[in-house]
Design a protein around this ligand. Structure first.
Ligand SMILES: Cc1cc2nc3c(=O)[nH]c(=O)nc-3n(C[C@H](O)[C@H](O)[C@H](O)COP(=O)(O)O)c2cc1C
Length: 183
């Protein structure tokens, strides 16, 4: 089974999460490609999609919108799971808020995507330029952004749980025959 783990990432933390997701899925004996969404023009060879984007200024990145449009046909006809990474999720009601405001529900409904993982990301204001600092300060719709500016909040265990749940719903099993023997 060919799997695309595609990502849209401005500063690399979502890319690393996608890499991690790809490694976990590989353990289930899947043929996994991890790639930036912008690099995937032809979606026809994939049987399963796991796609993720960072949230900037209250929405997923443009690469995600373009990908959803470009690959709509493949996404509607194959299992597709989506995740977003943000900092608003760290606040009270963060998951509900993110699902209500950070994803475009009509698009997801049209594509039949109903499994959406919401994960905390990584933010270091020293890594972002003044334009982005301004954007973050002016567009952030929570109340506690100042508390969350310099830290890696990624919860690898939560991400792994989400991925294993996908594997479970698809009844995927690891293939030990292909693993190298470990002494
Ligand atoms: C310019 C900018 C705008 C952001 N806007 C939001 C936002 O509106 N809501 C939010 O929860 N997080 C926001 N964040 C936090 C990012 O979603 C978080 O840092 C994410 O992990 C970044 O992923 P990346 O490293 O793959 O780009 C913003 C970050 C930046 C740099």
């Amino acid at each position: 089974m060919n799997v695309l783990v595609g990502y849209a990432s401005a500063h690399g933390s979502t890319a690393e999460m996608a890499e991690f997701v790809g490694r976990l899925l590989h353990a289930y004996d899947l043929n996994v490609t991890v790639a930036p969404l912008n690099d995937v023009q032809d979606c026809s060879s994939y049987d399963l999609f796991v796609i993720g984007s960072a949230i900037h200024a209250g929405m997923w990145l443009q690469e995600m919108s373009l990908f959803l449009e470009r690959c709509a046909e493949a996404l509607t006809s194959h299992p597709t799971h989506l995740f977003i990474t943000c900092i608003r999720v760290l606040e009270p009601d963060g998951v509900e808020h993110s699902l209500e405001y950070y994803v475009h529900q009509p698009t997801l409904e049209k594509l039949g995507i109903d499994n959406i993982g919401v994960f905390a990301g990584k933010l270091d204001v020293n890594d972002i330029d003044w334009n982005e600092r301004w954007l973050l300060a002016s567009a952030y719709d929570g109340t506690e952004s100042s508390k969350h500016v310099n830290h890696d909040y990624r919860d690898w265990y939560a991400i792994a749980t989400w991925v294993h749940q996908i594997a479970k719903t698809m009844n995927l099993k690891p293939n030990f025959a292909q693993e190298e023997h470990v002494e």
